[in-house]
Design a protein around this ligand. Structure first.
Ligand code: IMP
Length: 183
């Protein structure tokens, strides 16, 4: 077989090393959903997903949060199409929800340098929510360049470039069902 796409390579040649398999992801997402359900008991939070990377994680996570929640999305970019962060965060799409006085939980796919989280905290804090928390599926703790406060972390991972389960390389490979390391 002579794979024509990165996707085929991943699937047929096992070229990407599995970091977190589907079952491990599923179990941790269920646990996080339960914890959030407990912590926000009686509230109607707005869950804000950070596009594009967080869409898969968020879709799975909210199905394990047993609350009357609302959802919204913001789209930011810090990477461009490369593997190294550009260091600059740009907002590409803003939220529509009114967040003043509301309980806000921001859902990220991965925290790397921490610059995106810092940008989002500053932006949302200015809008005076009742509370502001952050959840991330993956956390590259040793890469963080600024102080970040995370309330829910799925997995701490080493400083390796990962793809799949929403995370991309040059906009592709988001649809792989687990998290792989791309060497
Ligand atoms: P930060 O601002 O450096 O913390 O980076 C956050 C964003 O960079 C994430 O939301 C991802 O979109 C992207 N990112 C960081 N590390 C990776 C990776 O290993 N694979 C794919 N995207 C990544």
């Amino acid at each position: 077989m002579n794979p024509k796409s990165e996707f085929e390579k991943a699937v047929y040649e096992g070229e990407f090393r599995t970091l977190i398999d589907q079952e491990t992801l599923r179990r941790r997402v269920v646990e996080m959903g339960r914890q959030i359900t407990k912590d926000y008991g009686g509230m109607q939070p707005i869950i804000i997903g950070v596009l594009n990377g967080a869409f898969l994680f968020m879709a799975d996570l909210i199905r394990h949060i047993e609350l009357d929640l609302e959802v919204d999305f913001i789209k930011i970019s810090s990477y461009g199409d490369e593997k190294i962060s550009s260091g600059k965060v740009m907002m590409l799409k803003d939220i529509n929800a009114e967040i003043q006085g509301r309980h806000i939980l921001v859902v990220e796919d991965i925290v790397d340098t921490g610059l995106s989280i810092q940008f989002l905290r500053e932006k949302f804090s200015r809008l005076a929510p009742a509370s502001l928390r952050f959840a991330t599926l993956l956390y590259k703790k040793q890469n963080v360049r600024v102080e970040v406060q995370l309330d829910y972390v799925g997995f701490e991972i080493p400083d390796e470039f990962v793809i799949g389960y929403g995370l991309d390389y040059k906009q592709i490979l988001r649809n792989l069902p687990a998290v792989f390391v791309m060497d």
